[in-house]
Design a protein around this ligand. Structure first.
Ligand code: SF4
Ligand code: SF4
Length: 356
């Protein structure tokens, strides 16, 4: 059986297969030509496309947004027919097997995997079979609570997970000060734009999930939001026509099974337990830096700052709407945003201490 080799990155910032391909293009071209393989490359990679085409290898150029071609041979086949690679529940309809570029280059029995950890600019090579704790160590995160394996895996694992097989290019390790709701919001926004609109559960479901998670993180969450997502996730997993909807729903389901209470605390306790969500952070003025100039008071449209010239200004937390204007206005760096650890500030303005 011939193969279609897919070099499309699932994440633009984590192009593992392309990175390995660039290390030795000639060898990859020779391998593809000798195996009669076809390749899928991102549109715009003209030099790489030409190298394969010059050797008689069929190339399909895919739009960057078609990351979902990753594991779907039916979608990949459509590319070679000049059709839009609609993600489909149907796999196995293509005569050729679809393989990921990294696995194909590495050959059978590859022991390592190239991954981008926590949005690092450069990848690291890690054992393909590892543990969540090892991933946390590699990411330099102390006290990690969870690991997210990006698409196409989409797993959220507790940090004590001992059998982890890496099959994705992007891994995020969540530390004690990383909010699971915020991480899910980001993941949902990433997925939302990948859905093609061909099925109600995948398309509408992903929009629904993304909207709920965004609300939760921006103080607009409602009682029952976690339960709503827990009801929606299995339906999306079962009914979505493609991997995008199914994987997103699995990620949400797994994250809520582990951290449902942390997510719900955003609306039940009106707090972000990790102190990570901006909407739940508070603004404070540091005594050590404030010169009493009054710029922040002038910038605040909610009359939430108390002070007079020559006095250390103070934010009235009852009036503050977390707009951030004072942070931008202060040239002394005296205004800070705080999560769970709040700086000590006076309850009322006090005279600025003159520096000796
Ligand atoms: S917080 Fe900054 S802007 Fe406000 S009075 Fe103090 S120094 Fe001026
Ligand atoms: S964050 Fe906005 S509302 Fe709060 S004190 Fe600063 S300027 Fe005023």
């Amino acid at each position: 059986m011939a193969r279609i080799v897919n070099f499309m990155p699932a994440y633009a910032q984590a192009p593992a297969a392309l990175t390995l391909l660039r290390r030795d293009v000639d060898a990859a071209v020779a391998k593809a030509a000798s195996e009669g393989a076809r390749v899928v490359l991102p549109a715009g990679e003209d030099a790489l496309c030409k190298a394969f085409e010059d050797a008689g290898v069929a190339v399909a150029r895919a739009d960057a947004s078609f990351g979902y071609v990753y594991g779907n041979d039916t979608a990949a086949q459509r590319l070679f027919l000049g059709e839009k690679p609609i993600p489909s529940a149907v796999t196995g309809s293509c005569e050729d097997a679809l393989v990921g570029g990294e696995a194909w280059l590495a050959g059978d029995g590859a022991q390592t995997k190239l991954v981008w950890l926590n949005d690092a600019a450069d990848p690291v090579e890690l054992p393909a079979r590892t543990t969540a704790a090892e991933l946390a160590k590699a990411a330099g995160v102390e006290g990690a609570k969870a690991v997210y394996l990006g698409y196409p895996q989409g797993d959220v694992l507790p940090v004590d997970a001992t059998e982890v097989t890496l099959a994705c290019d992007l891994v995020r390790v969540l530390g004690p000060e990383d909010c699971v709701a915020k991480a899910l919001d980001r993941i949902c926004q990433e997925y939302r734009h990948e859905t093609c609109g061909h099925c109600v559960f995948g398309h509408e479901g992903s929009f629904q999930m993304a909207a709920v998670m965004h609300d939760v993180c921006t103080k607009h969450g409602q009682p029952g939001d976690v339960e709503l997502l827990q009801d929606l996730a299995p339906m999306m997993e079962g009914q979505s026509l493609c991997e995008v909807g199914r994987t997103m729903a699995k990620t949400v389901r797994q994250a809520l099974a582990l951290f449902g209470d942390e997510v719900a605390a955003h609306y039940t306790r009106k707090a972000c337990p990790a102190g990570d969500c901006d909407a739940y952070k508070t603004y404070h003025i540091l005594v050590s830096r404030c010169t009493g100039c009054g710029d922040c008071l002038e910038a605040c449209e909610d009359a939430a700052i108390m002070g007079n010239p020559g006095f250390v200004h103070v934010v009235d937390q009852r009036k503050c709407t977390q707009c951030g204007r004072c942070l931008e206005a202060c040239k002394e760096g005296a205004v800070v945003m705080a999560g769970n650890k709040k700086p000590k500030t006076p309850p009322k303005p006090i005279p600025v201490r003159r520096k000796k």
